[in-house]
Design a protein around this ligand. Sequence first.
Ligand code: ZN
Length: 345
Amino acid sequence: MSNPGISEQISSLVTEAREAASASKSLAELEGARVRYFGKKGMFTGLLRSLGAMPQEERPAAGQSVNQGREDAEAFFAAATENLKKKEREEKLFAETIDVTEPRGNNGIGSLHPVTIALRELVDLFVGMGYETVEGPEVEYDKYNFELLNQPKNHPARDAQDTFYIEENIVLRSHTSPVQARTMLARRPPIRIISAGRVYRADEFDATHSPVFHQLEGFYVDKNVTMSDLKGTLEVFAKRLFGENTKTRFRPSFFPFTEPSAEVDLTCPTCGGKGCRLCKNTGWIEMLGSGMVNPKVLELCGIDSSVYSGFAFGIGLDRVGMLRYAVPDMRWLFEGDVRMMRQFR
Ligand SMILES: [Zn+2]
């Protein structure tokens, strides 16, 4: 090039543009610099215009040099753009990272589920009467759920419509009673236990039925246990839970694992026995099933029925929760709607 001055100007402008590109801290700042160097009124355009003062024959070579310098400088800007985009993406990801271990402020106090409240009250009541809590599996062998409780194969209660089968000999327990069988096989009387938890039946899901619900089982085996022990125990339970004026009524019934068996009604806690919609104007609410342990069940579980006797009862915890807290629809207990749960704080 015949004009050394223009060559120096180009190389210093390229260096300057390169430094401006790498000094830019954001895409916006980089865009500002881009306009300053390559815009219509930018420095490279200005340099091209200044060539007009050069001798005619030198202009083409000088013009080519300016354009080459501009291309080099633009390449730095392209690289800087990529870097900044990447950096901004990373900063965004970092800013949006959620640290699940970070302690948060108090987002409101939770509440116990009405069934949990009912369960805790009942456990407290029965433990106070000398009962011990025992747990059992929800996926249970047919043997414990049925056979040892005097329900041999082909018994109507075993109908597939009522029970969820996992395999031929494994079920989702249809009641908490298998815990009785497991306990009798594992230890000797006196046995005084309660056991609570989920049970499963292939049932409708409506205002009063659910395919999964909660039972609390009470079971007492010793010498000389009689029906009046059962009555006394359940009367204490009824009064403690629904008030001193609550009365109990025993109606003969049938269960394969108790003999004799009785359904137990309580005076309706809503109307106090006068009659209302809840109790269908009878003044009574069906509350639980109970009875004297069938001697066959004692024998099947290795306990001498000529020496020992016992009673058993099963309480629907969901029903207790519904009655106690006036929950009108059983589905509300299982849907987890916070608007209902907040009322139990
Ligand atoms: Zn009533």
